[in-house]
Design a protein around this ligand. Structure first.
Ligand code: ADP
Ligand code: ZN
Length: 727
């Protein structure tokens, strides 16, 4: 018998399977998807069995495998297919695809040493009656009784009763020890749960999805903040499970959504596995085995949970579909939603993508009926959407209020006096490399690409990193003629300012610094939820789907910051972030109030936020995208040519550009090469090339060819990012 083995070699040159023969004594255990240990270049390596056969096509010499690593299959048929899909779609190596899909303990690599965990149990070695008769005291009897009643007793518990009795009973061979495999994560206190009576819109959404349980239909669940999307997911999943099928639920980031997970655990109890970045390697390995052994029906997790080895999948749900965390920013650069759609198709099951602010791409598809759109326009329990008021910071700045406007201060006071809570969002997603006038809010933009220009200090100029457009930086603002400078301040500064202004209020801060420790995010959320604090301030983290019934005021300190990021999606991101943040206000019996501070009160996107009007935003942004040939009208691909040698890098980048122009269809637009957004990082230079295309048969073959050309080049590296979220 012969097998094809895929080894995990970092080197892309070696991304192929190698054939080995199997000695007679191991043949019975050989199954596709198990790991084997093989000799390779005088080393021992681990790899996956991807194929087996009885004879060789040609007569060549092959080596024998050394051993089989697993009893259970690691890569089932479905996972093998997903790996191939990722390789073909994102042009990465097959071994890097599988490496991403699996928990560390199951990767084909000899370096890991993550073991299963065992617990010692005590069981009776002789019949109960004889055991009791041999007992010398009541403690021994108690232990025997407990074992008898439960069939087994953990040694740890028995030792708490009397460790000397345990020893005696073992020595006399009245009881014996047995090892049982256990999971590291034990479920903790579970919340109370009540299944909600769905309102009309929710019911309609649920019914529509349930009608398609046996086919591959794609749904876009567009529901405003607080419209009860989670309840719809849960009730649909309940029906799926009743049909003995399983479900995957993807969320942007588990640690940011403790409440979401808690709701699922409350309803489905032990049948939920949660995969998140906070798990240790051992815990992750345990959760994975639990899933593979059909001990759970539902898997909730971030991006990589799409690879959970659930069998009999019945539905896939993706919450907050617009979130960019679904795209992996390093190799393999896959998008979990694309993989989810592929997996749903493989299984011929529905997929539901939910959001309060759907991505333009998917909303556009839904208008063409490529997705079935389901809408939840109203908040549950007749709560109203918040009222958003814009405050012009240019006139506040003249009064000396650079961070907190008069209006916001007044609203904080009045909310707190009514014993309501306040959230303050400091939108800090700006780059110090963008220049904004602190007097009037002016920012330089590229006339061709409508994105913010990036400041390059060395040459004192501003450049567009899409097309290369360059202008010299002036000292005075071209609009208001005041001194031009960068501005920016952090959450810490905001916190101290708030404490100065409101010394009696209790303030919580949440940002990357205060959430570094395990569970600290959850702790802050709970503290605020228990109403021990008046104000929660922080970065975008606070805008996620939390449900704080007592929050009536949301203050957006600087609505502009994310508008000025040099990326064509910055408008979309800003709209989504500010709507999500606003959505935290007034969720139960108070009407929500949002104060949005800005230097650009006439900005169209911000006006849409003010009106909480997604449709208006959508129509406006779609026009721009159409005019400038961006998604969803064109697809994008970003290429980066990188090297430590500047001249070589520049030369190769030009060659790549020429090659692309020569080989791609005429309608495909090739932009660049330009110095990429992060031009020099760790002494590596990068040149960027952007492709905009609609239909191009020659695209994938050309990119594959190009990729091959660089595999053997160890001076210059080529990175291809298919459908990037940021360029
Ligand atoms: P979304 O995810 O759409 O922002 P949630 O799912 O967080 O909204 O729902 C908001 C709140 O409304 C939650 O506390 C949820 O338990 C509650 N809820 C959802 N559906 C109903 C319903 N039909 N009746 C009463 N309460 C509901
Ligand atoms: Zn440009």
């Amino acid at each position: 018998m012969y097998i094809d083995v895929l080894l995990e070699l970092k080197n892309k040159q070696m991304d192929q399977t190698y054939t080995y023969s199997v000695p007679k004594n191991l043949q019975k255990e050989i199954e596709i998807g198990k790991r084997v240990k093989v000799p390779f270049n005088h080393r021992e390596l681990e790899g996956f069995i991807l194929d087996k056969k009885e004879t060789l096509q040609e007569d060549f010499e092959v080596l024998e495998i050394l051993s089989i690593v697993d009893q259970e299959i690691v890569l089932n048929e479905e996972l093998i297919k997903m790996g191939k899909f990722i390789k073909e779609t994102y042009l990465c190596s097959l071994s890097s695809a599988y490496a991403t899909m699996l928990p560390k303990a199951l990767k084909a690599s000899l370096k890991t040493n993550i073991q299963k965990k065992y617990q010692s149990n005590l069981i009776l070695a002789i019949p109960y009656q004889s055991a009791i008769e041999l007992c010398k005291n009541n403690l021994q009897k108690e232990i025997i009784d407990l074992i008898y009643e439960n069939e087994k007793l953990s040694k740890k518990e028995a030792n708490l009763i009397s460790s000397s009795s345990v020893k005696t009973l073992l020595n006399k061979k009245i009881i014996k020890e047995e090892q049982e495999e256990v999971y590291r994560l034990q479920s903790t206190g579970i919340l109370e749960d009540e299944k909600k009576f769905l309102n009309e819109e929710q019911q309609k959404a649920k019914d529509t999805i349930l009608k398609s349980l046996n086919k591959n239909e794609q749904f876009l669940l567009y529901g405003v903040t607080g419209s009860g999307k989670t309840e719809v997911y849960m009730q649909v999943i309940d029906e799926v499970i009743k049909k003995k099928k399983t479900a995957i639920v993807l969320v942007p980031e588990i640690s940011l959504t403790p409440q979401f997970v808690a709701n699922f655990k409350a309803r489905f109890e032990e049948r939920v596995a949660v995969l998140h970045s906070g798990l240790s390697d051992g815990e992750r390995y345990d959760e994975w085995r639990k899933i593979a052994r059909n001990e759970v029906d539902i898997v909730i997790g971030a991006r990589s949970a799409i690879f959970a080895p659930l069998k009999n999948l019945g539905i896939i749900i993706v919450d907050e579909e617009h979130s960019e965390t679904y795209k992996q920013e390093n190799t393999p650069r896959y998008n979990a939603i694309d993989v989810a759609e592929y997996r749903a198709k493989l299984n011929q099951i529905p997929i539901v993508l939910g959001s309060a602010t759907p991505s333009l791409e998917r909303m556009a598809k839904s208008t063409k009926n490529l997705y079935t759109r389901l809408e939840l326009k109203k908040r549950v329990n007749h709560a109203l959407l918040p009222i958003v008021t814009m405050v012009d910071m240019a006139s506040e700045a003249k009064k000396g209020n650079f961070i907190l406007s008069e209006r916001l201060k007044l609203e904080i006071e009045s909310a707190v006096s009514r014993k309501e809570q306040v959230i303050l969002l400091l939108n800090r997603r700006g780059y110090s490399t963008t220049i904004t006038c602190s007097n009037c809010g002016f920012t330089y933009k590229c006339p061709n690409c409508d994105i913010t220009l990036t400041y390059h200090k060395t040459k004192n100029n501003l450049r567009c990193h899409y097309c290369g457009y360059t202008i010299l930086k002036k000292d005075k603002c071209p609009k208001c003629h005041e001194e031009l400078n960068f501005y920016g301040y952090g959450t810490e500064k905001l916190e101290s300012l708030i404490k100065e202004e409101f010394p009696d209020l209790k303030v919580l801060r949440m940002d990357a610094d205060t959430t570094r420790k395990k569970n600290s995010y959850e702790t802050i959320i709970n503290k605020f939820k228990n109403q021990d604090y008046d104000i929660l301030l922080g970065t975008q983290m606070i805008s996620k789907g939390h449900d704080f019934p007592r929050v009536s005021l949301v203050g957006i300190i600087n609505a502009d910051a994310s508008l000025n990021i040099p990326d064509f999606r910055s408008g979309e991101r800003t709209f989504s972030l500010l709507c999500q943040a606003s959505g935290r206000a007034g969720r139960k019996d108070t009407i929500g109030n949002v104060i949005m501070q800005t230097y650009n009160p006439n900005n169209f996107i911000l006006k849409c936020v003010e009106e909480q009007n997604y449709e208006k935003f959508y129509n406006y942004e779609m026009q721009i995208r159409k005019k400038l040939k961006y998604p969803p009208f064109y697809y994008l691909i970003s290429l980066k040519v990188a090297s430590k040698d500047y001249d070589l890098c520049s030369k190769e980048a030009s060659k790549v550009c020429t090659y692309l122009k020569q080989n791609l269809s005429e309608e495909t637009i090739v932009l660049g090469p330009t110095t990429a957004s992060v031009f020099k990082m760790n002494n590596v230079y990068r040149f960027g090339i952007i492709l905009k295309y609609r239909f191009d048969d020659k695209l994938m073959p050309t990119l594959k060819e190009l990729d091959k050309m660089f595999i053997f080049n160890n001076k210059v590296n080529l990175e291809i990012d298919i459908h990037p979220t940021k360029i």
